[in-house]
Write a protein that binds this ligand. Structure first.
Ligand SMILES: *[C@@H]1O[C@H](CO)[C@@H](O)[C@H](O)[C@H]1NC(C)=O
Ligand SMILES: *[C@@H]1O[C@H](CO)[C@@H](O)[C@H](O)[C@H]1NC(C)=O
Ligand SMILES: *[C@@H]1O[C@H](CO)[C@@H](O)[C@H](O)[C@H]1NC(C)=O
Length: 178
């Protein structure tokens, strides 16, 4: 009798365990996990001494030409009110803008660094192409829009400033995406 009781209990436990597993699999497959998982870059992307040096050299050259010290594009304000888990997506948007609206129009300047850094950043941008978030991203878009507006308002000086902050962009991408 005791033995029968035991076997009933264990098969009940087995069924419970199986359904817990099913629920766990279902939650994992159906919810946000795959979406955010594309918002990732590899540690090794940021551990290449040569291209890191070129990126910082490019930023250094441009910041010499940037005489507006009052404005900071990549700083605390950019992340204000944005969840840590959404920082990589936010930086993806900033990177996209920087490539298309800053580096492309200035691509003839700051050689030879520019011609080496643009393909590197383009590669990172491509890696993040599937990075989406499932939450409402209005807040993120507003912060990104502020950055865009600041650059546009300053015109060419704004583009130079953004290039001068490529070192900050590099570090912010690293912090947000790995
Ligand atoms: C980059 O490398 C050069 C030598 O190739 C060196 O003079 C320079 O200080 C380095 N710059 C940075 C920011 O690492
Ligand atoms: C910054 O320098 C540019 C020339 O490189 C000049 O046109 C502009 O007026 C300067 N801005 C300020 C705020 O000094
Ligand atoms: C920027 O984003 C747009 C829209 O998602 C995309 O079509 C474009 O390829 C992106 N550009 C870069 C340089 O990643």
């Amino acid at each position: 009798m005791a033995a029968l009781q035991k076997s009933v209990n264990s098969s009940l436990l087995g069924a419970l365990a199986a359904s817990c597993l099913l629920i766990a699999l279902w939650v994992q497959g159906g919810a946000a996990v795959p979406i955010g998982s594309h918002c990732r870059l590899a540690n090794s992307d940021f551990e290449q001494p040569y291209i890191t040096n070129r990126t910082f050299m490019l930023a250094g050259e441009a910041s010499l030409a940037d005489n507006n010290t009052d404005v900071r594009l990549i700083g605390d304000t950019l992340f204000h009110g944005v969840n840590k888990g959404d920082h990589c997506y936010l930086m993806k948007e900033v990177l996209n803008f920087t490539l298309e609206e800053v580096l492309l129009p200035q691509s003839h300047r700051f050689q030879p660094y520019m011609q080496e850094v643009v393909p590197f950043l383009t590669k990172l941008s491509n890696r993040l192409s599937q990075c989406q978030i499932d939450s409402d991203d209005q807040h993120i878009q507003r912060n990104v829009q502020n950055l865009k507006d600041t650059v546009k308002k300053l015109g060419e000086d704004g583009e130079i400033k953004a290039i001068g902050e490529l070192n900050l962009l590099f570090m912010a991408l690293r912090d947000a995406c790995i």
